[in-house]
Ligand binder design. Sequence first.
Ligand code: SDX
Length: 423
Amino acid sequence: MAEKVQISIDGRTVDLPTLVASEGANVVDVRGLIAEGIYTYDPGFLSTASCDSEITYIDGGAGILMYRGYPIEQLAKQSNHLEVCHLLLNGELPSPAEYDALVKSIADNQDVDEQYQQLFNGFSQGAHPMAMVGAAVSGLAALHHEDTDITVHEDRVKTAHRLIAKIPTIAAMAFRHGAGKSFIAPDPSLGYAENFLNMCFGDERDISPTIAKAMDRIFILHADHEQNASTSTVRMAGSTDCNPYAAISAGISALWGPAHGGANEAVLDMLNEIGDESKVEEYVAKAKDKDDPFKLMGFGHRVYKNFDPRAKVMEESCHEVLEELGAEDEPLLKLAKRLETIAREDDYFIERNLYPNIDFYSGITLQAVGIPTNLFTVIFTLGRMPGWISHWHEMLSAPYKIARPRQLYLGSNARDYVAIDQR
Ligand code: SDX
């Protein structure tokens, strides 16, 4: 890209500088347009960078995802979720001492007090866990409003540790409340994923190391993903200097949508609706039909126009878990594979670069380990927590402005009020 771009409008020429990326696309810095009274228009931000960031990089064409420069495939296979939390938040892999300090900080912050637990009594047993988790995280804003100075680096890091520590406890409480069961306290002697599974199922089964490892890998795969809708929501809310727990709760609400993090739950609902392989072609046809709102859930992505690298790792994990559980012949997995095969041979999907995304296989894995479908997006929330709070911390660690997009106004021109007896 040239060092500058020129825009000519109404006989005027405006020079705009370009900003150079360390990886991927450079950008045209359009901030100078406002002085000329010129706005740009880009609903959905398909070609708009809302910020600069050093945290995560995606190359959608090449199917590349890196956290702080480390490829997701390597982190998923060699690291663990807490180490990835440190990496996302601080920019470097932790030293042994830093890792031990993080593990201790998380263990020290996992608990929630009795009064806070009463929050869940306000929900019916059938309440959707995402609604409960969003409210519970917002409840942390009530607990930590006066004691958090967002302008202080140490307070921001403490907030990050609190959220990373407490989200498994809150998620497990939502699950147990929905199951009509009493809560199981966090056990600081257990690993991060093992502790979460123990808080969910500890009264009925031992937690297998394979399942705990698969869950930890699911958290890593979901940990961050550039300026996706929920992360952008956290940045937008955080730009008002609001309570960070409230900003994160806003991100949870955005993630819940089936076009975003709610897709993993929607994939299972879709597979159960399709039922068996004989109906796959019928549903693929529905997905291609412009007049039918049905979409293949777990397919397509705003950025990936190739395989979502997370989906590949997720599929491997899925096979490992099903093998451990002796469920390799899981009908839903066979149905999913059939659906993927047909879709990926179909011109409609090929022309639109629609590939399976992370949500396509995660649900089958989660269901296999006993996570109820309506808790799938809560698992996504748990995984994404370090990403959200790292972006919030990154934004507040440098000068920032309140996010306030403009618009293209297409409403009425000025007109005078008419009294009701004249209308
Ligand atoms: C996540 O942004 C992130 O990084 C998100 C995420 C993260 O980690 O944070 O990766 C997590 O949200 C993954 C995506 C989960 N959502 C789903 O699986 C839901 C199904 N997918 C679609 O809703 C859709 O693909 C989106 C929302 C994911 C992407 O939508 P875009 O980029 O706005 O693309 P589009 O809707 O403009 O689609 C382009 C074309 C359209 O057809 P035409 O008008 O060109 O004829 O592709 C079609 C769409 O109709 N299309 C699909 C489809 N997805 C897009 N057709 C059938 N089934 C689909 N799934």
